[in-house]
Design a protein around this ligand. Structure first.
Ligand code: 4NP
Length: 151
């Protein structure tokens, strides 16, 4: 059986998208759904998620320390069925690599699942304190519940 494949994308792949990957994975049947994440930038390739993301995940019962940062690549359009981005900048950076309208149509702002048509962004918490990570976690948890229900 082929699995539905979902990719979470942010800028660095150390703060937001690792949380989105861990949260969605915890809400789906992993026999049927594969979840991964990537960053549009290559600053942190091979690194663990940010320690603040690891901490907020742990506080909510999730272990994301199996994850290692990787960069988004053009081939991801062929592999993944759904590509969720966190903000408009990620959206533009991913779309730049799309070669077909089918590829383009796979890319969505994740908060449009929670607030359809509002084009809201998951704020980058990199320069924030722990409260920013709690807020991001809650936004992603809500959106991922909706994504998981649809899969
Ligand atoms: P993320 O956050 O896109 O949620 O992983 C960032 C992580 C690192 C950087 C920027 C954003 N950075 O500039 O290194």
């Amino acid at each position: 059986m082929t699995k539905t494949k979902v990719l979470m994308v942010c800028l660095g792949n150390i703060c937001r998208s690792p949380l989105a990957e861990g949260i969605l994975q915890s809400k789906v049947n992993t026999d049927k759904v594969m979840v991964d994440s990537a960053g549009t930038a290559g600053y942190h390739i091979g690194h663990l998620p940010d320690e603040r993301s690891i901490a907020v995940a742990k506080k909510n019962g999730l272990d994301i320390t199996n994850q290692r940062c990787r960069q988004f690549r053009m081939e991801d359009f062929d592999i993944f069925d759904h590509i969720y981005v966190m903000d408009q900048s990620n959206f533009q950076n991913v779309l730049k690599l799309a070669r077909t309208t089918t590829h383009q149509s796979k890319v969505k702002l994740i908060l449009n699942e929670s607030f359809p048509g509002k084009n809201m962004e998951v704020p980058d918490p990199y320069y924030d304190g722990d409260k920013g990570f709690d807020r991001v976690y809650n936004m992603l948890d809500h959106a991922c519940t909706i994504v998981a229900d649809k899969l």
